[in-house]
Design a protein around this ligand. Structure first.
Ligand SMILES: NC(=O)c1ccc[n+]([C@@H]2O[C@H](COP(=O)([O-])OP(=O)(O)OC[C@H]3O[C@@H](n4cnc5c(N)ncnc54)[C@H](O)[C@@H]3O)[C@@H](O)[C@H]2O)c1
Length: 448
């Protein structure tokens, strides 16, 4: 493979590691810097500290081209281009916490040569402008700045990076943008070249719009429950319209994770700080908060007061194929159930270490079967494939009361009911015309 120019990556989290592994796969030597010594030591020893399908293999295959370090100087020893992939979580005010970005700027060495800092972290609009001023004030006017937001999704991050729908490159100077766009040429993806502020906004607006779709379909689901419609059919019927598309129309327990909650909040605050009340996003956030709690009402409908009841939570990560539990719906649900006096058992195929650190007062189990043992209800929180086993006869026997609340609409209601469970999904007709029609259609068979 052609040897391509060395690059640097600052921050070895989801975005940093995937960026590093993928650029190494494209032929670059990549130096990755993090500030957590244990993380760097693990990576140096060939262990990957996150669960992301395909990432281990990619890092292993490109081991010779990858170097992990605690020293920022190492990053710029060979590389002229460095991707900033540090975390930008929410602060108490809901604004993005840019302290890790500031730390990177403070630590930058005195460059003699030309270099480019590429912001991959999600940052508020206006960040690039501020960074530019800071660099200039520090005598680093020759260090270029490019906004190159990342759109990968955990669980499919490697594929998303290598086959992106688009690459967004915002720059102050055309040449800096050109240099970054060139790095992506082998991916043959459409490149959106724009100014820095627009690149920053593309990322925030994209996540806010995806979150809006989720809250929208969740509200449709809630109205479906009151009117006898089935949101799965409704979403399918909507999604086949090419103007709408089918993605992000799955009703459920609401969105979570390290991006949507904080990015939607950050855009709302950004608008507010600029004097604009972003009314729609307020609703998106509120609907999402309430959606996580609706499960409690569903449980009460079947079980009455939850004090002393045992509820099993199946799946804890914020979505399947990741061990990330940041802002996971399971966290809110577990707290609500404990507050109602329920005993909570929980299991996840990969996120148990993370769960141990975050879920206080919850009994974590080694298997799905152990979680449902003696339970009055099981709630599907994350749609892991492993949870399809929830309808197995041994699960039914193990439960004190075979009730499944499917928070992700991942199971087929008829199959679950046929397996002897009571079942309720989100926005799914339990006595809709369709269910009645299906029952009637079966009548002749029953009589035969
Ligand atoms: N996770 C996603 O799915 C995703 C997708 C798109 C964009 N983003 C954005 O990308 C950014 C990174 O997200 P993430 O999920 O990879 O975060 P993460 O928390 O998994 O990783 C951030 C890493 O940066 C390290 N770090 C902090 N300060 C540092 C410094 N001064 N120098 C070097 N390393 C430092 C941390 O130790 C950590 O390992 C965020 O802005 C996020 O919003 C994330």
């Amino acid at each position: 493979m052609m040897e391509r120019e060395p690059i640097g990556v600052i921050g070895a989290g989801w975005v940093g590691l995937v960026t590093a592994a993928c650029f190494a796969e494209l032929g670059h030597r990549v130096t990755v810097r993090d500030v957590v010594p244990e993380r760097v030591a693990e990576l140096q020893a060939g262990r990957v500290p996150i669960h992301e399908p395909g990432l281990d293999a990619l890092l292993e295959r490109n081991r010779e081209r990858l170097q992990f370090t605690l020293e920022i100087e190492d990053v710029f020893r060979d590389a002229a281009v460095a991707f900033v992939c540090v975390g930008t979580p929410s602060t108490y005010s809901g604004d993005a916490d840019l302290s890790a970005v500031s730390q990177v700027l403070e630590e930058l060495p005195e460059f003699e040569e030309r270099a480019i800092l590429v912001m991959k972290s999600t940052v508020p609009v206006g960040t690039g402008e501020k960074v530019r001023h800071e660099l200039d004030a520090r005598g680093l006017a020759h260090v270029g700045y490019v906004a190159n937001p990342e759109f990968l999704a955990e669980g499919t991050a490697v594929a998303n990076f290598l086959h992106p729908d688009r690459v967004v490159v915002g720059s102050f100077a055309q040449a800096d943008g050109d240099a970054v766009a060139t790095l992506y040429e082998p991916l043959e993806a459409p490149v959106v070249r724009t100014d820095i502020a627009s690149a920053e906004m593309i990322k925030l607006a994209s996540n806010a719009f995806l979150a809006t779709r989720i809250s929208f379909i969740n509200e449709i689901a809630n109205v479906c429950e009151m009117t006898g419609a089935d949101v799965v059919d409704v979403a399918r019927g909507m999604g086949l319209d090419h103007r709408l598309g089918r993605h992000f129309l799955n009703a459920g327990l609401g969105y979570g994770g390290s991006c949507f909650p904080k990015d939607v909040q950050a855009l709302k605050q950004l608008a507010g700080n600029s004097g604009y009340h972003f009314q729609l996003l307020n609703a998106v956030i509120e609907v999402n908060e309430l959606q996580k709690r609706r499960v409690v009402a569903k449980l009460v409908k079947y079980l009455g007061p939850l004090r002393g009841r045992t509820i099993a939570l199946l799946g804890l990560a914020f979505k399947p194929n990741t061990n990330d539990m940041r802002e996971a719906s399971s966290l809110v649900l577990a707290s609500r159930l404990l507050a109602e006096g329920a005993r909570v058992r929980a299991w996840d195929p990969v996120a148990m270490d993370e769960a141990r650190a975050l879920l206080r007062g919850v009994q974590l189990t080694d298997s799905l079967l152990e979680a449902v043992e003696g339970a009055d209800a099981a709630v599907i929180v994350t749609e892991w494939d492993e949870i399809r086993d929830a309808t197995a006869p041994e699960v039914r026997t193990a439960m004190a009361n075979p009730l499944i609340i499917d928070g992700r609409n991942m199971l087929d209601p008829e199959t679950v009911r046929a397996a002897g469970f009571r079942y309720e999904g989100i926005g799914r007709a339990s006595s809709s015309l369709r269910a009645l029609a299906e029952a009637e259609e079966r009548e002749p068979d029953l009589q035969a």
